[in-house]
Design a protein around this ligand. Structure first.
Ligand code: ADP
Ligand code: ZN
Length: 431
């Protein structure tokens, strides 16, 4: 199902023409209205007039998280804040918050993009969407809420936490779809397992939209199995309106990124060189329709690749792969670049491993992985435990090229986060 078919299936040449028009407008807007951008453009020796083709985007300056923080609270606005009507800040997983302002139109565009996402996964006005994301400054609450309201679904703003109440709402109001972080989904699946199949039979859940932090295909499968839902990957960031930037369609093979709202590039994070479709690097996004606070070439620090092939669903907006990790989460061990998701992938693919894990990096480039295992195995035969430990150690070594020490712990013994999870603890002095 389509929400805005004419835009979602627009022919590539027409879409690219629209992108170029919007890029020129956006560049002129920030150049004329935001002194900081004028300075950045001048330092690169460019003016908006230099943009003749979409490739010319590479002549424009990047915007970094640091630029947003330097211009905190409102120096990147094109208008007075009286003419905006909403403020969101990033959740601050990685440093000081970044403030983003929205006009009425900006919110409307963001909500429309989310409406497209929900519609393509089957949501209609007959659905009940329980939004289990924080309703504070974080976009996961309000932005998703506005998008789901646009579709006409019944939205339950349950926010995060208070799990018993969440279950009650699910049961009483026949929730069909939930929106939540993978960490909270793991927590929720523990509760589902404890409640047993009788509880699952009472509820009508069909789908879960999961995003706001990186997770692996294996984690998704685990959650799908326990909650008995389809899990759709949802990508977004506050700087780019929050949820609804890129989303899986019914074919669930990569996430369509709404290219009439964002111009995307992939660059090599070390050399800043643009990379062709299919190659993995840092995702760079430029807003194409934003009025209040347009952002040029934002360095998301998220690592992914553009999928060049057309999608079977007929949408022409290109897809991106599951986010491999954040450039900031990557750590180096004995010269090898490692993402926590590589470790997660191995852990979640092995039988008897539960859902929670932690990674400790210690002096001398030592890496320790603590992982919860099933109660049955934990209480069982020592030989079986030793075998699992050896098996995990070897599989992890093959994946990350460093031999970790693996500690198998009791299920439920590692802390669970309701917000974004902290998995890596780096105790090395110099890194
Ligand atoms: P913060 O950077 O403070 O966490 P946000 O709450 O805006 O701020 O989070 C956006 C970030 O969350 C993205 O840049 C990305 O790293 C991560 N993220 C969001 N959705 C996904 C997803 N589906 N898969 C992987 N990572 C995601
Ligand atoms: Zn598709």
């Amino acid at each position: 199902m389509f929400w805005q078919k004419e835009f979602e299936t627009m022919k590539r040449d027409k879409l690219e023409k629209l992108q170029l028009k919007r890029l020129k407008e956006t560049a002129a807007l920030v150049y004329n209205k935001v002194p900081y951008y004028k300075k950045l453009f001048k330092a690169k020796g460019v003016t908006p007039g230099h943009i003749k083709t979409l490739e010319d985007i590479s002549k424009l300056p990047f915007t970094t998280r640091d630029d947003l923080q330097k211009n905190y609270p409102d120096k990147l606005l094109t208008i007075h804040h009286h003419d905006t009507m909403r403020l969101h800040t990033s959740s601050g997983t990685t440093g000081k918050p970044k403030a983003v302002f929205f006009t009425r139109k900006d919110i409307d565009v963001a909500a429309n993009n989310i409406a497209r996402c929900l519609t393509m996964t089957g949501v209609t006005k007959a659905d009940v969407l329980q939004n289990m994301m924080s309703y504070g400054l974080f976009t996961g609450g309000l932005m998703m809420h506005y998008g789901a309201e646009k579709v006409g679904a019944l939205v339950i703003p349950s926010a995060i936490g208070n799990t018993e109440r969440q279950l009650l709402l699910m049961e009483d109001f026949k929730t069909t779809s939930i929106h939540l972080t993978p960490s909270y989904a793991l927590y929720l699946s523990d509760i589902f397992e404890k409640k047993g199949p009788a509880f699952r039979k009472k509820i009508k859940l069909k789908r879960a939209y999961m995003g706001a932090e990186p997770y692996t295909e294996e984690t998704k499968k685990k959650i799908e199995k326990i909650l008995k839902v389809k899990v759709y990957n949802s990508y977004g960031l506050t700087e780019m309106n929050g949820p609804g930037v890129a989303f899986e369609c019914e074919y669930q093979n990569g996430m369509h990124l709404w290219e009439d709202s964002y111009l995307m590039e992939i660059v090599d994070p070390k050399t800043d060189r643009p990379l062709p479709d299919g190659e993995t690097g840092e995702l760079i996004l430029t807003t194409l329709t934003r009025e209040g606070m347009p952002i040029i070439r934002y360095r998301t620090r998220d690592i992914t690749a553009i999928i060049p092939e057309k999608c079977k669903c007929g949408r022409t907006h290109r897809r991106i792969m599951r986010i491999k990790g954040r450039a900031d989460d990557m750590f180096i061990m004995r010269g090898v670049n490692i993402y926590p998701q590589q470790i997660e992938r191995v852990l979640m693919s092995v039988a008897h491993v539960e859902k929670n894990y932690q990674i400790y990096l210690d002096e001398g480039d030592k890496i320790k992985v603590k992982v919860e295992i099933t109660k049955k195995l934990f209480d069982g035969n020592l030989e079986h435990l030793k075998k699992l430990q050896a098996d995990l150690t070897e599989k992890l070594r093959t994946e990350i090229l460093v031999r970790p020490s693996v500690e198998l712990v009791e299920p439920g013994s590692l802390p669970i986060s309701e917000g974004k999870a902290k998995r890596v603890f780096d105790n090395r002095k110099i890194y």
